[in-house]
Write a protein that binds this ligand. Structure first.
Ligand code: PMP
Length: 416
């Protein structure tokens, strides 16, 4: 009998013993092409030698130094390196351990800095599982059911999910911005609204990129009303979409940017970035926790940035991402159960439908299991579990993408 809590249920039967690059090895020696990347975390691949070396060196030097007491060289160096990639005026960085905690930091900073209470989040957004982060989240009931009441002061405004509405992108965007303006008149007056938080490319809800008109519409309303714009780039940031930050696709700059996942190649580390002026409106000691800016995680993050820069991984996310997209569109032409392919860079989702064109979570689940039998590890998401996600590490090659397609096609044919 396993003593592992059933709360920590796995979607695959794999006992992951070892990882190398885009590959995971089971304890019995079976190998899997890993298109989950630990849910977008192992951006440099499993156990990149440079990340391993940096972490090993750091473990032998200093494992933990508490950041409210002392600084350590890694955290300072990391702020400098992150700063090089941040848009002006974001020049100040605070660390935490997980995505959810960083979301909490951003929300708390926004409330503190503006003296306002309300946060507008967008439908389908996923921001984490802690209470505040879950309160902002509407990607799926599971994060909220049984946990009510959620945090007060959160209002949800529609995100332009054109596919789900059956509208075109322009129509969906116009509707969503109108609804947002209506929310200002009915539920959250601008003078009560501290911030809007958005994933510029939604992850867990099913890989929906926002668009320029929508993001600029948000930025313009934030500027007009003194509201802070927070971009949650925990999944879509750090090179994944083919730009270093996902907001950069849409010609807007956030006031607070949140990053985690790919930041440290698997070590627990997250961060928020804002201008020094904005950060100065927070209270020292009011944020973060014991383990924030852990020295080993910071060393791994520095090595991660070295690898991303040295191996042109942002460019790879763009070019190999375009190849992945082409290959997924080919799959769509070949299999009637694939209704749509969406995403950006190395972050794509595939809508699985039944013969009537309805979301088919059962088939998506069977496809995932069949893919696993063929040596390909995938994830799924969506309200019906109907979206198959393609989320490889940023080191993925065109050849490995092709191999994944061969495995997926064989898996799909095995179910026919
Ligand atoms: N925001 C986004 C966009 C995410 O994808 C996730 C994790 N899937 C989170 C927040 C929460 O991060 P964590 O699980 O590290 O708390």
């Amino acid at each position: 009998m396993s003593h592992l809590s059933p709360l920590l249920k796995q979607s695959s039967g794999i006992l992951a013993a070892r990882g190398e690059g885009a590959w995971l090895y089971d304890a019995d020696g079976s190998k899997y092409l890993d298109f989950t990347a630990g849910i977008g975390v192992t951006s440099t691949g499993h156990c990149h030698p440079k990340v391993v070396a940096a972490a090993q060196k750091q473990v032998a030097t200093l494992i933990h130094a508490q950041y409210t007491t002392v600084r350590h060289p890694g955290m300072l160096a990391l702020t400098d390196r992150l700063y090089e990639h941040l848009p002006a005026p974001l020049d100040s960085i605070a660390f935490s351990n997980s995505g959810s905690e960083a979301v909490e930091m951003a929300v708390r900073l926004a409330r503190h800095a503006t003296g306002r209470s309300n946060i507008i989040a967008f439908t389908g957004g996923f921001h984490g599982r802690t209470m505040a982060a879950a309160s902002l989240t509407t990607s799926i009931n599971k994060v909220r059911t049984g946990f009510h009441p959620m945090m007060a002061g959160v209002v949800h405004s529609p995100f332009p999910h054109a596919y789900r509405y059956g509208w075109d992108e322009e129509e969906a965007t116009r509707f969503c911005l109108k609804e947002l303006d209506h929310i200002f008149l009915t539920q959250s007056a601008p003078e009560d609204t501290a911030a809007m938080i958005i994933e510029p490319v939604q992850g867990e809800y099913g890989y929906y990129p926002a668009n320029t008109a929508f993001m600029q519409g948000l930025r313009e309303r934030c500027d007009r009303h003194g509201i802070l714009l927070i971009t949650d780039e925990i999944q879509a940031g750090f090179g994944r979409t083919g730009r270093f930050w996902s907001h950069a696709h849409f010609g807007v700059t956030p006031d607070i940017l949140i990053t985690a996942k790919g930041l440290a190649s698997g070590f627990p580390l997250s961060a928020i970035a804002a201008s020094t002026a904005l950060m100065s409106k927070g209270l020292p000691g009011s944020q973060g926790g014991t383990y924030g800016a852990n020295a080993v995680a910071c060393a791994a993050a520095l090595a991660t940035i070295d690898v991303i820069e040295g191996e042109n991984l942002v460019e790879n996310a763009k070019s190999t991402g375009a190849h992945l997209r082409r290959r997924l569109e080919e799959l769509k032409s070949g299999f009637a159960f694939i209704d749509a392919v969406r995403g950006m860079g190395l972050m794509h989702g595939m809508e699985i439908v039944d013969a009537e064109g309805q979301p088919d979570g059962e088939l998506a689940g069977n496809l995932l299991k069949a893919a696993e039998r063929h040596g390909l590890l995938l994830l799924r998401c969506g309200t019906h579990g109907q979206i198959i996600r393609w989320l490889p590490p940023l080191v993925i090659t065109g050849g490995e993408v092709d191999e994944a397609m061969t495995k997926f096609s064989a898996a799909a044919e095995s179910l026919a």
